[in-house]
Design a protein around this ligand. Structure first.
Ligand SMILES: *[C@@H]1O[C@H](CO)[C@@H](O)[C@H](O)[C@H]1NC(C)=O
Ligand SMILES: *[C@@H]1O[C@H](CO)[C@@H](O)[C@H](O)[C@H]1NC(C)=O
Ligand SMILES: *[C@@H]1O[C@H](CO)[C@@H](O)[C@H](O)[C@H]1NC(C)=O
Length: 497
């Protein structure tokens, strides 16, 4: 199914002799004839003196810089880790192939190079049973035990770290311990103010527990979906003031215990309140929070922009959206590309994360008794059934977007979003994001990459997929490229500015 990484090996020889050539092209097409396929080096594509622009002209502005990306990914729930662990015991070759396909960051390698994992602290709706790290009431958290999480959660992260040592881990609870809540249960209820300091200590102990397992968190959140209370699975209501108060208690604890480099991220809920809830948190606790996380289930990506307008120096993370079984492959690809990898990224997201990285073909295992992710059931980025796996559209779209931003140099700079404008009478046919990836060595050429959705697939409602022959303008030069209906990621190299 997959081609060898031709471009990665040719690059060293090709680079010195060609200028601004499109060196590498990856495609996923609507008809699945290409599935994150490396189309390879196309030497006939060269930037030259400009002619007339085509009816679609992709204009790259490499003087306009936006956010630096940190990597795409998904959540490693207990259920995802359990399935991955079962795959490992049933077919370890397949398991390691999958871990490599998802996480290997090697430039030019035929893998998505995913670099961002969100991990629930305690149980979520994708756990075998309800648990918290501190089950006893009022013992000063003496009962805190990180081992309450299943062992396969930590062993799976450790395996991923062997393939991608730079993997970023973002921790956050679906609920505080039951005794800090009005419901006295992991399920539903509201946070009780008098536990603010105790809860901050609980989060610090969680960070320490993970660190003792070799996992130093990149970020931590206070509460997943703080506007959601559901009596069938771990959830908890926090007001913006409560979240701000926990952040103010947690930040100094983290700073004085070796977690000064770990970010606190606010909100982690739907776009629709993006202009309110996280703004209210940051108004009360500006210096404690690095930014906010957003989910796709209500509202739209423009509301991330409302948060960024209120706090331009803060960071935006798109942290959750799920695929659903029984939906159309190509329709989903258009939705993910338009709303997440274009809409959300163009509204400041430094990372785009899907929900479960792996589930089985029925969207299981789910927490017994939960009402979430039923009819239709949720789909993972990959589907694992026993000893084998399949890659879903959630994988292909993420891989196409991820490859455009992963560092060219191991451990080197990430892609930074740059200006792009799609002009011309047929501009609507393409959705485009553009990035520059700088280099460790100041004399090495920079990589310029674009991720392009061609959704020109109908004529007045009748199915009619059409290639789009576009011109690409860059530094006063021009090239042409024919984009099939689907997603194309391509890049070229140019001298540093
Ligand atoms: C590119 O961006 C810069 C900086 O924002 C701006 O001054 C310039 O006008 C833009 N160029 C074009 C061709 O749009
Ligand atoms: C996003 O939501 C806002 C507020 O409801 C609305 O004005 C805007 O048109 C929406 N944008 C898109 C792209 O749907
Ligand atoms: C190279 O790109 C040109 C221009 O888009 C296209 O016509 C040609 O078919 C491509 N060649 C290959 C081998 O893909």
């Amino acid at each position: 199914m997959r081609c060898p990484p031709i471009a990665g090996t040719l690059l060293t020889f090709v680079l010195p002799v060609m200028s601004q050539t499109i060196l590498d092209v990856w495609q996923t097409t609507w008809d699945k004839s290409r599935l994150f396929t490396n189309v390879g080096v196309n030497t006939s594509v060269n930037f030259q003196a400009p002619g007339a622009p085509a009816s679609v002209d992709i204009q790259i502005n490499d003087s306009t810089y936006f956010q630096v990306m940190v990597g795409h990914g998904a959540s490693l729930t207990d259920s995802s880790a359990k399935l991955l662990n079962q795959l490992k015991s049933q077919n370890s070759g397949s398991y390691w192939a999958l871990i490599g396909t998802l996480f290997d960051p090697t430039d030019g390698h035929n893998s998505a190079g995913l670099s961002y994992l969100r991990v629930p602290l305690g149980s979520s709706d994708f756990s075998d049973s309800l648990y918290t790290f501190a089950s006893s009431t009022n013992d000063g958290l003496a009962s805190f035990n990180i081992e309450n999480a299943p062992g396969y959660l930590f062993s799976t992260i450790a395996d991923i770290q062997t393939v991608n040592p730079g993997i970023k881990v973002h921790l956050l609870p679906w609920s505080p311990p039951p005794w800090m809540k009005t419901s006295n249960s992991m399920n539903g209820g509201e946070f009780i103010d008098s536990f603010t300091n105790t809860y901050a200590m609980y989060l610090l102990k969680s960070l320490q527990g993970f660190k003792n397992k070799g996992i130093t968190a990149y970020a931590i959140g206070i509460q997943n979906e703080p506007e959601n209370s559901d009596s069938t699975y771990p959830t908890c209501i926090f007001t913006p003031t409560q979240e701000a108060n926990v952040g103010m208690a947690l930040r100094p604890l983290m700073d004085s215990n070796g977690f000064g480099g770990t970010k606190i991220i606010a909100y982690e809920h739907n776009w629709v309140d993006g202009g309110q809830y996280p703004v209210q948190v940051l108004q009360q606790a500006n210096s404690q929070f690095a930014g906010a996380g957003f989910h796709c289930y209500a509202g739209n990506y423009s509301q991330q922009g409302q948060f960024e307008s209120a706090f331009p120096s803060k960071e935006v993370y798109f942290t959750e959206c799920t695929g659903l079984f029984g939906t159309d492959w190509w329709t989903n690809i258009k939705w993910w590309m338009n709303n997440l990898y274009t809409g959300s990224v163009n509204n400041w997201a430094k990372a785009v994360l899907m929900w479960n990285i792996a589930l089985d073909g029925n969207g299981q295992p789910l927490l017994p008794g939960t009402s979430s992710c039923k009819n239709p059931s949720c789909r993972g980025v990959v589907t694992i059934n026993g000893g084998s796996y399949t890659l879903n559209e959630e994988y292909y779209t993420m891989a196409q977007a991820s490859r455009a931003i992963t560092p060219k140099d191991p451990g080197g700079p990430w892609g930074q979003r740059i200006g792009v404008n799609v002009a011309g009478s047929n501009a609507w046919t393409l959705q485009v994001t553009a990035f520059v990836t700088m280099r460790n060595n100041p004399s090495d050429w920079w990589r310029y990459s674009i991720v392009v959705l061609n959704w020109n697939d109908n004529n007045n409602g009748a199915w009619n997929p059409q290639n789009v022959a576009a011109t690409i303008s860059f530094r006063g030069q021009q090239t042409t490229f024919s984009f099939p209906v689907g997603v194309t990621t391509l890049w070229w190299y140019a001298a540093p500015k």
